[in-house]
Design a protein around this ligand. Structure first.
Ligand code: AMP
Ligand code: MG
Length: 350
């Protein structure tokens, strides 16, 4: 009898030990490792990885890789860098193939697809128009109609032939601008680097656009604040475990001509700056989609928001109007992601 009791005790103790080990293996203490704040793509960048305590060094290495990916994206796709692949394409003449990396080709293909998906509102071929309005802002004068006509004529996808390994331009003056999408693409690749390292959660944020996976160390969802377009403070707080958030709008970036503000986003349909949508926030499964759609909705306004209701994967919030008279519009899906209704102190439309 004593022998059986002894054996049962050993079995019970072993069982408890195995169970405890199993629980700690499955549920180890998680910590958030945050990389030193840095700058990339002309803006701030934050990287955070959630890992078990003993994996901190691996997380740091993965974050270093993620940062390298973001810098490579900038080196390839920036129009601010004279030697970037994109600048090389924009400076090229007609007829000859410009060889580009697989990364740049992938973003160009995505940009062309999104041109169709957004009914022409997202148009990466709009560089001639962007430059025209940038120069108009510097001169403090509206562009001359013939210059506007010429820039519109050069902002068209049918002036670019996308091949496997490069692009052929049909007109020398045709130019591309990936400023509304490359950041999102870089964020997605950076998240992939962190996921490859086996993180339990991650946050990659570049200039206010971000993507999260998994959870925070206490296993709660990530919390994302959307800034008020006209004042200090927060309009809404999103709770996400997997997904991307991008914000566009003209409250931060604009040119002033004759005392009137013009958005840095152009409406490809008219060639004029987009009518002011002070703030657009988009939630999508990946940052490329969120980034491009945020730019597109700055052009489309509430009409575009209504069209988005058909998409189950993309949710958005728009703030329209002026500080004196403004309105918040959300898709149903966006409202469902909020911990509380938007707080703007203005009329709320849905
Ligand atoms: P975002 O801040 O992501 O909305 O991107 C704005 C940038 O995208 C601008 O500074 C331009 O470089 C570029 N851009 C402007 N208008 C458009 C447009 N209609 N479609 C695509 N890119 C645009
Ligand atoms: Mg964008």
């Amino acid at each position: 009898m004593r022998r059986w009791l002894g054996i049962s005790l050993v079995v019970a103790v072993t069982g408890v030990t195995v169970a405890a080990l199993w629980v700690t293996q499955r549920d180890p203490r998680l910590v958030a490792v945050t990389a030193a704040p840095t700058r990339v793509m002309g803006t701030s960048c934050t990287l955070t990885a959630v890992v078990p305590l003993r994996r901190q060094e691996a997380a740091r290495r993965a974050m270093h890789e993620a940062e390298t990916v973001l810098r490579r994206t900038e080196a390839h796709m920036s129009t601010h860098l004279e030697r970037s692949e994109l600048s090389r394409l924009n400076a090229a003449g007609a007829g000859a193939i410009v060889h580009l990396s697989a990364d740049t080709m992938a973003v160009l293909e995505a940009a062309r697809r999104l041109h169709g998906e957004t009914e022409g509102a997202f148009d990466a071929t709009c560089r001639p128009l962007v430059e025209l309005w940038r120069d108009a802002g510097r001169a403090g004068r509206l562009p001359e109609p013939p210059a506007l006509l010429q820039a519109r004529g050069r902002s068209r996808w049918d002036l670019f032939e996308l091949r496997q390994d490069g692009v052929v331009k049909r007109t020398a003056g045709a130019r591309v601008d990936l400023g509304g999408i490359a950041k999102g693409w870089g964020i997605d690749r950076a998240i992939e680097e962190l996921e490859r390292a086996g993180v339990r959660g991650a946050l990659v944020e570049v200039g206010g656009d971000l993507r999260v996976v998994g959870t925070r160390p206490d296993r709660s969802p990530w919390s994302v604040d959307v800034r008020h377009p006209f004042a200090e403070g927060v309009v809404a707080t999103l709770r996400l475990t997997n997904g991307a958030v991008a914000t566009s709008g003209n409250y931060a970036r604009f040119v002033t001509i004759d005392g009137r503000r013009y958005s840095h986003i152009v409406d490809p349909r008219s060639g004029w700056p987009a009518e002011s949508t002070p703030s657009v926030t988009v939630v999508a499964p990946d940052a490329l989609t969120a980034d491009a759609w945020a730019t597109a909705l700055s052009v489309l306004g509430p009409w575009g928001l209504a069209r988005l209701e058909r998409r189950v994967d993309i949710h958005a919030m728009l703030v329209t109007g002026t500080p004196e008279s403004c309105a918040v519009h959300t898709t149903v899906g966006f409202a469902n992601l909020l911990s509380a209704p938007p707080r703007l102190g203005c009329l709320q439309a849905r």
